[in-house]
Write a protein that binds this ligand. Structure first.
Ligand code: ATP
Ligand code: ZN
Ligand code: MG
Length: 505
């Protein structure tokens, strides 16, 4: 790795008088300050000021370095030293650090398949495994906030992603139920719509559930709570449905799914006088003047819940959990999730607004690995004995984690994610059709780290498991049909009588 930085430090006054001292400070720094942190066995490592020139209150420098003391760190070190020494003697200090030009050269693991561009970067030249990044115009603040390191990481990440394009996600079968007899081969969403149990809309990817369908969904929720969560000691919480961006930055959602999030904007003002114009227009035209509305609403700074776990982690940010309370077992079921599924929308199982119970657990690795086994046992009981469905469980690695270069989770077999999938007979044969992911279960290290959630003694991990109600419903109804008399007894005990509903003419 080679860094070459042309930079200009602007002082609060003329420093031409201090030229000798500046030269002396630089020369000493070259031998010592700019080499600090270099491993002993590396000879001539670190950063070096190769050229310097003074003109009135400006000091121009060319700094060349390796990866041990990167040139952008070296200039900040040098600035501090100059301030200390020249401040005392000449009463001047550095007012501004300007990056005139920054070139970073490094070796890639693999060459790029396509050109790469990035913000804050003039150009990225890739020649085989050699990469050169040219930057001008980063501010001192941006340098000290590690923009350069993140730019380098992003280049490597983008190249990795080029190799993953078109590849399958990692999928490994762990468990499989017995084969079950299927009651029918119809798509339950279509038939429920024909029967008037559900109504499409009012906007895309949403459904209105009339009494019959609502009772099926509510029953599944009840089964999950009573058969899975309560026996294991989960406690219910209620969270906000609007998630500020800083929370999603910390969970990684903001960079992972910005294209699937729904965004929320606030009114610019609550003052009715300022809304008068829009109100007049609505009264007269019976339409919403969208351009005017745009002016009266803020740029979003939050999104609608995508999964409930981020806000649960937020609620514990910087907290220390007492050892007696560990593991903490919580679940949230009041907030719906919104996802812009676009072309992927299908039935009630892939929608833009869905209902899910999300249990979240925080504890030591040992506690969570045991909990995972218990959760799987309870799920298994429900799928086999109450819903009586055909399902399987597989270990998966989400795509975005694969392309981010794998994770620590991947290397520890107990960590990572398993998916629960159900056979949907309306989609084709068991072998050739895609099964439906109707739930998942994960253990992570990254969230307790990101939100600084600690225990009194041991390191904490966390995890969550998604109980997607519409997905459970689709799995059940696609295999068992819509006739209660065909449904398993265990389900009917929870379900009771089918609601009367109503007829529309
Ligand atoms: P998929 O790969 O099917 O899009 P996902 O990996 O995006 O699923 P997760 O983010 O793991 O799903 O969400 C957890 C659970 O939420 C899923 O197991 C599923 O039950 C449910 N779910 C996710 N997206 C939807 C959706 N669009 N409609 C209905 N349920 C959903
Ligand atoms: Zn989650
Ligand atoms: Mg998805």
């Amino acid at each position: 790795m080679r860094f070459e930085l042309d930079t200009t430090l602007t002082f609060s006054g003329d420093i031409e008088v201090a030229e000798d001292d500046v030269d002396r400070i630089i020369s000493i720094a070259n031998d010592d300050l700019l080499r600090r942190g270099v491993p002993d066995q590396v000879e001539d490592g670190g950063a070096q000021v190769k050229e310097s020139a003074i003109q009135q209150d400006n000091l121009s420098l060319k700094i060349v370095s390796d990866r041990y003391v990167r040139a952008h760190d070296a200039v900040l070190r040098l600035k501090k030293r100059l301030n200390q020494e020249l401040g005392r003697e000449y009463h001047v200090g550095v007012r501004k650090v300007k990056i005139d030009h920054y070139t970073i050269e490094f070796e890639l693991d693999r060459g790029a398949k396509e050109d790469i561009s990035l913000p804050y970067v003039d150009n990225i030249d890739i020649d085989g495994k050699r990469c050169e990044i040219n930057i001008s115009g980063l501010t001192e603040e941006q340098l000290s906030k590690n923009y350069v390191d993140r730019i380098i990481n992003r280049v490597e990440e983008k190249i990795k992603a080029q190799y993953y394009e078109g590849k399958e996600e990692m999928w490994e079968l762990l468990l499989k139920s017995e084969e079950k007899d299927m009651v029918w081969k119809k798509d339950p969403t279509e038939v429920m719509e024909e029967k008037g149990w559900i109504k499409r809309g009012p906007t895309k990817g949403k459904w209105f559930y009339r009494p019959e369908a609502a009772k099926i969904l509510k029953t599944l929720e009840e089964i999950a709570v009573e058969e899975v969560l309560e026996p294991l000691g989960f406690q219910e919480v209620i969270e906000s449905m609007m998630v500020p961006f800083d929370v999603w930055i910390d969970t990684g959602h903001m960079e992972g799914i910005p294209n699937e999030a729904y965004y929320v904007s606030e009114p610019v003002t609550r003052n009715p006088d300022e809304w008068e114009d829009i109100i007049d227009e609505i009264k007269i035209t019976q339409k919403v003047p969208l351009e005017k509305l745009d002016e009266m609403t803020e740029t979003p700074k939050a999104g609608i819940c995508y999964a409930q776990c981020p806000v649960i982690y937020w609620s514990l940010r910087n907290e220390t959990i007492s050892d007696e309370s560990l593991p903490i077992l919580l679940y949230e079921s009041t907030v719906p999730s919104a996802r812009y599924e676009s072309g992927g929308r299908h039935g009630i199982e892939r929608v833009d607004e869905f209902h899910r119970i999300e249990p979240v657990y925080i504890g030591t690795k040992e506690q969570l690995v045991e909990l995972k086994e218990n959760l799987i046992d309870r799920y298994r009981y429900v799928f086999d004995n109450i819903l009586d469905i055909e399902w399987r469980m597989a270990k998966v690695e989400p795509f975005y984690l694969q392309q981010a270069g794998g994770t620590e989770e991947e290397e520890e077999t107990d960590l990572g994610t398993v998916d629960f999938e159900a056979y949907l007979p309306f989609k084709g044969s068991r072998e050739n059709s895609e099964w439906l992911e109707f739930g998942n279960l994960s253990i992570f290290r990254k969230y307790t780290e990101a939100f600084n959630i600690k225990s009194q003694t041991e390191e904490l991990l966390s995890g969550c498991t998604g109980i997607g109600i519409e997905r459970w419903a689709t799995a059940f109804l696609a295999q068992k049909g819509l006739e209660p008399k065909e449904w398993p007894e265990g389900f009917n005990e929870y379900f009771g009588e089918m609601p009367e509903g109503f007829d529309l003419l």
